[in-house]
Design a protein around this ligand. Sequence first.
Ligand code: HEC
Ligand code: HEC
Length: 323
Amino acid sequence: MKRGEFRGFAGRYPFGFPFATCAIPMRIRSPEILLWLLAIFGGGLLLFALSGRGGAEERIADPSARHDPLRIRVSDEGDPGEAAYRRYCAGCHGVKGDGQGPAAGFLFPKPRDFTRALFKFGSTSAGSLPLDEDLLRTINRGLHGTAMPGWSLLPPSEQVALVRTIKGFSENWRDSAPPAPIPFYQNPFPMDDPAEVARAVTLGEKVYHVTATCWSCHPAYVSEERLKQMLVEGGKPPNARPDLERTLAKPDQWGQEIPPADFPRVKLKSVDNLQDLYRVIMAGVGGTAMPSWELALKPEEIWALTLYVDSIRKGGSTHPGRK
Ligand code: HEC
Ligand code: HEC
């Protein structure tokens, strides 16, 4: 770090600064150069003396470099995924993939620990291994509203290599395979017909508040009075909870308290479009309280929920406590 800062300083003001200032980086640089020369030639001599055996541990990261001492210093570059991981991901996810990078202590939620092979977002049922394309989607787009950036500017081949590197951190990927993805049902509501979309949103509101009681974790988006009335009409006891307009934080499997999304107020982490919203409702969010709804609800109900959540996400909340 320090070395980089000094170089930048000297590079940015090569002529304009008084000599005294430029002398600082120069003084620091020369012993460094000496150290590098020592390291390179000294190391090379030592290796020569030991017939290439002495540095074996150092070179393990790149097996193809075993018999080529000159490649020791660039062993990182052997696997494009590993090199990219160290450069872009390790600061948060840790060199060992354990989620303990130097930045991790400052972040909420914490960066994923890849050694557990437990992921949040996928097209397989929550808690099971995701597909490669799910990991690729997350890497490409990032997770909105969290510290996890999107990496769409990296070449596609590097993004694919990163998926391989991440999977390399856990034995689970060798011992088991992801299950079949959740089914993708066609949206039964014609989106070009406003009356049909309105019908879906009304049905979705009912599924959200009565059939699935999503408000037991997420907020309710109708008044308490209206909620109780809807529950009775749906043949359920009129039991609400206090603070219906607030979300109830729930513990996750990494020891954090995660707030269920308040749809009009937060960016949904994995959602860019309706298909994404459908997927996360169907599959759930692994390692958190957000369950998979695939088996509990009919395809039409899931799509109605998708269109309803999308409508409140875009500002259609009717909760009286909201502005
Ligand atoms: C600035 C910090 C940061 C950097 C850099 C970062 N991540 Fe993340 N990453 C996170 C956080 C935080 C999460 C967890 C978000 C959550 O739990 O909601 C995460 C989650 C993930 C997940 C898990 C998604 C899931 O479904 O559970 C993957 C995969 C991932 N990151 C890959 C990468 C890769 C690959 C890189 C490097 C190209 C990278 N990350 C760089 C912070 C970071
Ligand atoms: C038992 C608690 C619980 C219930 C019930 C629940 N959720 Fe969630 N939900 C959560 C939690 C916790 C999260 C946050 C996960 C995270 O951000 O890591 C979440 C997140 C979400 C997200 C955001 C996904 C994203 O990409 O950020 C959607 C959409 C969602 N839930 C929809 C629903 C719907 C629709 C229902 C009812 C059918 C429902 N949830 C019921 C706990 C719950």
